[in-house]
Design a protein around this ligand. Sequence first.
Ligand code: AGP
Length: 618
Amino acid sequence: MCGIIGYVGQADSERPLEVAREALARLQYRGYDSAGVVVANSRGLHHVKKAGKLSVLEEALAATPLPPATAVIGHTRWATHGGPTDRNAHPHLSADGSVAVVHNGILENHQALREELASAGVEFLSETDTEVAAHLLARAYDGLGDLPEAMRAVARRLEGAFTLLAVAADNPHLVVGARRTSPLVVGLGEGENFLGSDVAAFVARTNRALELGEDQVVAITATGVMVTDFDGQAVEPREFTVDWDASAAVKGGFATFMEKEIHDQPQAVRDTLLGRMTPSGRMRLDELRVEESLLRSVDKIVVIACGTAAYAGHVAKYAIEHWCRIPVEVELAHEFRYRDPVVNAKMLVVAISQSGETMDTIMAIRHAREQGAKVLAVVNTMGSTIARESDAALYTHAGPEVAVASTKAFLAQITATYLLGLYLAQLRGTMFPDEVRSILRELEQMPAKVQRVIDGEAAIKALAVQMKDTSSVLFLGRHVGYPVAMEGALKLKELAYIHAEGFAAGELKHGPIALIDQGQAVFVVVPSPKGRDVLHDKVLSNIQEVRARGARTLVVAEEGDDAVAQHADTVFWVPQTPTLLAPLVAVVPLQIFACALATAKGLDVDQPRNLAKSVTVE
Ligand code: AGP
């Protein structure tokens, strides 16, 4: 997820760079590990790009000011292919400097295209998928002489999700964009026009915007906008007025990043799945750099993580053990290092971390590596310490997670560990290819199912407001519902400062049932009635046990599970899913509930008291 700005205005002025700098500052929430701009004037293209925060780019611009210009494209990056370095920062220019490109998304077929270009003598300067587009566009432009037509020709060859913006050295009066799946909107000004990855890029300058559809190319000049499909057929985009102010625009129109990121979850799952399957339906994890021989011989997996990431690890345990028949242990990083663990070279450590900077996890993986284990990081931040210090990395593509309490990263972590489990099962032959493909197909349906739960948020929010004075909430779950219960409790603790406890439903009679009193709120995550139905019936019994003692039962259950309704005071229905994939939908009502209850209490859900987004101390 990256921030993109494009602009064309009056010839040879300071305004293009001003617009770009202002836009990139607003778009940092979409990515901030590197940034760059390229301006176009009658003397060609002039660019500056730097790894690091936007301030590093600003310093570079102060040291080497760019000339007055007519057009600009700019980019603030959240790395997906190639770490955050100067060379990998956008824009990317063609070898002859004739065109420059910025990109948001993932080009699934970048490797094949890179090989094709390399065999034609193209030398690559970066590790990014984006640079492929720059070279392809220059070759098409050289042949066609028309930048929009060249962009259409290139877009037709690309697979995956992308928003591309391009500017040409010989035509500073034009910026061209193309989008597939990744966002791109047009801002309409007076004698100037804008392109942005979202309206936050230009809402301070104009509130008139055009919505672009799937597989479309847009060309803007200072006085005109032309939109076509990838085949060149003209399209009439819908104009709309942005009624958000700049601050709301950065949050996608939501009041908080927390709400925005809950709503970002379908896209986070979709992006994490992108490019993970070959056309023949086999799994591929390009960035995984652990020898296949080791992955075949591993006889134990130890997941190391903290907090929400650890609960994602617990979900992974159920899935990987079932698919791969490898024992999986989940260890809290801060406990692992100090308990003198048995570690050896046949163990694969999987470190899960959104930030990649959690010191407890860093110290734990260092300890594991010293003891001879290979470490695979499941991490959301490219170039982070955990990614760099691991033997391999499997990236979640949740985009920057700004709210301190983790939501979309949690779903992306679960998704990534499912992919790891399926990849291991394929490699070790513990599942047939058609079984792997079948589960991948189910996973591809999960973003839409998560969206359906989010679409029903109004009822959940209304209940949360009613319950805002609650002082204690219990969360029960079995099987993969157990880590979901733990995560639901953590969200309520973090956001609403309410004592909440999650535990395995089977543990109830071993003590916790003593907590049940009249009106005690108890959330119960009910497993699918079709999966492990014996578990379903046991959880139903648990609901009856607590209700018989006065509990208020709030149940998360699959649509159609009629047996539940009679025992529940409230049911949060979620779409039917295969048992092991259920956490992706079951946790969403709990996230929405915690966020809404905290909001009803007037609390800061983006930055809860006492918490840091990344715990960089032990
Ligand atoms: C999640 O809501 C919390 N903010 C916290 O538990 C977090 O998951 C934990 O600190 C691990 O962070 P990481 O994923 O960045 O390593």
